[in-house]
Design a binder for this molecule. Structure first.
Ligand code: T46
Length: 144
């Protein structure tokens, strides 16, 4: 269970949940309430049958997102250019904010893993930084 985020431009989001065991669990996110932005895009990643897959490996310049593991588990790696943190994602009501300028990777997928992402903007490839040395240069030139 994640207790503290050490990297910049991140945070922990706790969604409201109703556990109705054994009849299921209901988990709720609402724009500008427990989700701190207007949701413009939702995507999910499943069929993670290669436990050695590495997804992510990029940072966004401006996009703000929240990532959830809604089934199974994976490891989220965060790196703000100075501090690195690994988070085991296995709780569907806990999301991690992926703010701008945060290098992130997703690894160690369980076969039943399903990832849900809420984003504050539409897909724009020019918002991605997909090269790590370019990411380090970018944050150096854009740090306040
Ligand atoms: C992120 C992590 C957490 C689209 O055309 N539209 C979309 O909305 C998205 C998300 C992706 N794509 C295309 C772009 C690539 O050609 O789908 C392909 C795979 O995307 P990518 O390699 O970026 O996938 P991941 O899993 O490495 O990263 C994704 C998101 O792209 C990214 O924004 O932060 O999940």
């Amino acid at each position: 269970m994640i207790k503290k985020i050490k990297v910049k431009n991140s945070g922990i989001i706790k969604l409201q949940h109703f556990d109705d065991y054994p009849d299921g669990a209901l988990i709720i996110g609402e724009s500008n309430k427990n989700v701190p932005f207007n949701i413009k895009r939702v995507y999910y990643i499943n069929n993670l049958h290669n436990p050695k897959a590495i997804r992510g490996k990029h940072a966004h310049k401006k996009l703000k997102q929240i990532i959830f593991c809604i089934n199974g588990s994976f490891v989220l790696g965060l790196d703000d250019g100075e501090i690195k943190q690994r988070i085991v994602m296995n709780n569907p009501s806990i999301g991690i904010i992926l703010g701008g300028l945060l290098w992130h990777t997703m690894t160690n997928f369980s076969k039943d893993c399903a990832i849900l992402v809420l984003a504050d903007n539409y897909y724009k490839e020019n918002d991605y930084i997909r090269d790590y040395s370019e990411f380090l240069k970018y944050i150096k030139n854009h740090s306040k």
